[in-house]
Ligand binder design. Structure first.
Ligand SMILES: [Zn+2]
Length: 133
């Protein structure tokens, strides 16, 4: 009896190889936690279903990621400066949450140096999440 190929399994195996078994949101080992396939560039933004545009993430990180990012554009701002500050702040808080308050990992996700992120956290008056690090 032939067993049908489960394409999701095939994709997951490819992504495990590509990303070395690391969650592409929190940078921790995927391990035996539940995983999901995420689009690096969202489909709504023109992203396609190709291995290069897919990544494996923890189910919990994935949920948090989409919850937070959905909220962003709905806010209205009076000035560009206020908008930039507020959105920057939200994105920093978002990655600190996903990275469990680990400044080094969050900085990497934000494309900042650790020092750069620390300076922004002081500037935006952000306290470290969860008291870690
Ligand atoms: Zn994760």
């Amino acid at each position: 009896m032939k067993k049908a190929v489960n394409w999701k399994d095939v994709v997951i195996i490819e992504l495990l190889k590509k990303d070395n078994g690391i969650c592409q949101l929190c940078n921790k080992v995927l391990g035996d936690q539940l995983v999901e396939i995420d689009h690096t560039r969202e489909r709504s933004d023109g992203g396609i279903d190709a291995i290069d545009n897919l990544r494996l993430v923890h189910l919990t990180c994935h949920k948090l990621h989409h919850q937070n990012f959905k909220k962003l554009p709905s806010i209205t701002y009076d000035t560009l400066k206020n908008a930039t500050t507020d959105i920057s702040k939200q994105i920093i808080v978002h990655w600190l949450k996903i990275c469990n308050g680990n400044v080094t990992r969050a900085a990497k996700k934000l494309g900042l140096s650790r020092k750069g992120l620390q300076l922004k956290m002081i500037k935006y008056n952000l306290r470290k999440a969860n008291g870690t690090q």
